[in-house]
Design a protein around this ligand. Structure first.
Ligand code: PAN
Ligand code: ZN
Length: 194
């Protein structure tokens, strides 16, 4: 990585523009995680004709030192797979006892957070609002608006990401569009998704 990221001495940078520091951007297309959506049939049908970009992440991932902070920007596009709004994969941290802070820059949606025991905290996100994902909680961004949902986040650098648990079990809660607005529903496949 370029010299700008001096984790030992500090640094500053301009953020959020994919043209700057393109090497730290990761893009997630539907074909990379179709099974995370509840309506897999709808995902498959879309993939027959296109592979939409669902979100992109600028992750300033430092070398894994517990005293460092990983941080970045997530840009989650608007759209739906079936009735389910575009969302990030979502994950637990490998070190479960690590929280994360999100700050909404633009757009609207939710930070869905929940424990392995299925305890849910659904946190709204609008510009200038922060959402705190407590330690032990998995987290996922959901865009319920018509513009990109853009958030800044920061967490302990060595926390690590566990996607497999979410891939296997799903989240307890789904946000689906019903009658043109977001509706909070229990995931009928929770725990049984394979
Ligand atoms: C965030 C997320 C980011 C993308 O940086 O990694 O929003 O979501 P997924 O990692 O679920 O694809 C974070 O929570 N880091 O720990
Ligand atoms: Zn996280």
């Amino acid at each position: 990585m370029a010299d700008i990221w001096n984790w030992a001495r500090g640094f500053h940078l301009s953020m959020g523009n994919p043209q700057e520091h393109p090497e730290v951007w990761t893009r997630r297309y539907l074909s990379q995680f179709p099974d995370f959506f509840s309506d897999r049939e709808a995902a498959r049908t879309i993939l027959e004709t296109e592979d939409p970009l669902i979100y992109e992440v600028q992750d300033m991932l430092p070398p894994s030192h517990p005293g460092d902070l990983a941080f970045g920007i997530t840009r989650l596009y608007p759209g739906k797979i079936g009735k389910e709004y575009y969302m990030t994969k979502g994950h637990f941290h490998v070190i479960p006892d690590t929280a994360e802070i999100y700050y909404c820059l633009s757009g609207e949606g939710y930070l869905l957070t929940e424990t392995k025991g299925g305890e849910v905290s659904l946190l709204p996100m609008k510009p200038s609002e922060a959402a705190y994902s407590a330690r032990g909680y998995a987290h996922r961004c959901i865009n319920t608006g018509t513009e990109p949902l853009i958030v800044f986040y920061a967490y302990r650098a060595d926390a690590g990401h566990d996607y497999a648990t979410i891939q296997d079990r799903g989240f307890h809660t789904l946000i689906l569009e019903e009658d043109g607005r977001p509706s909070i529903q229990t995931n009928p496949s929770y725990s049984t998704l394979k």
